[in-house]
Write a protein that binds this ligand. Structure first.
Ligand code: GLP
Length: 248
């Protein structure tokens, strides 16, 4: 079967960051009121750094852009230093002319998390849907906090973190015991509704998940494999993350 996902293999994480930033900026240049889906984690940091640089160099305004982030830890308010809201402000929003009220993340401290998830979905819908959703991938194949077992039709909801995800986040919380056990996450169906998807993966630790997502069966056991069915999805990989592909 020919692969529908477009794969780009670059030298290293910095090159992935540069290419990804150019792709994102092109969307905003084409459509100044673009709706972007965004991700956190260590992977997109070079892309955000480069995006800020490019936007300044080319004088591209983000004043009309709206953003939606994938996820937030349950129980963490936007003021918590480990919240994804703080991450986004630090790495991206503080350096662009985007008004903060046009940037949305699920509120981890909402008194009614289920209602918060429904409101997040409604807000995406009201914005006209997402033009481009930037994703990372967990070493277990998760996207957002859609862990192995997440069904194709799940939407924004409260989800439990897999043990390997808790381990991976331990460094940010002074040990695994401090990691929130649950998060609010955009669902698989929410993500798949984006008009374009761009998944970034760097480092050898992601190689098995990347190979399974691209070359394995579509299965709930590896949520990133659902992307195979998306009409416009690209993976940007460095050599290490692409190292387990049979057909690079
Ligand atoms: C977290 C996030 C994901 C992210 C993943 C990979 O669990 N919820 O959205 O893609 O981890 O993170 P990193 O880029 O740090 O490897």
């Amino acid at each position: 079967m020919s692969r529908k996902i477009h794969v780009e293999i670059l030298d290293d994480a910095e090159a992935v960051g540069r290419e990804a930033a150019a792709r994102i900026l092109a969307v905003v240049e084409r459509k100044p009121e673009a709706v972007l889906g965004l991700a956190t984690g260590s992977t997109p940091i070079p892309a955000y750094r480069e995006l800020v640089k490019l936007a300044h160099e080319r004088k591209v305004s983000f004043a009309g852009v709206k953003t939606f982030n994938l996820d937030e830890y349950l129980g963490l308010s936007g003021g918590h230093p480990q919240s994804y809201r703080q991450y986004m402000n630090k790495y991206l929003f503080a350096h662009l002319d985007i008004p903060l009220w046009q940037t949305a993340l699920p509120d981890g401290a909402a008194s009614d998390p289920e209602a918060e998830c429904a409101a997040f979905e409604a807000r995406i819908h009201a914005a006209g849907g997402v033009d481009l959703w930037l994703l990372g991938i967990g070493s277990n194949g998760h996207i957002g906090f859609n862990e192995p077992g997440a069904p194709r039709d799940c939407r924004t909801r409260v989800a439990s973190l897999a043990p390997s995800t808790i381990e991976a986040s331990a460094k940010d919380f002074g040990g695994a015991a401090g990691v929130p056990r649950q998060a609010l996450t955009a669902g698989v169906a929410t993500i798949l509704e984006a008009r374009e998807i761009l998944l970034l993966a760097t480092g050898a630790g992601k190689a098995p998940a990347v190979a399974a997502a691209l070359e394995g069966p579509i299965t709930p056991q590896l949520p990133a494999s659902y992307l195979q069915a998306h009409p416009s999805c690209a993976f940007m990989l460095d050599r290490a993350a692409a190292s387990k592909l049979v057909k690079p």
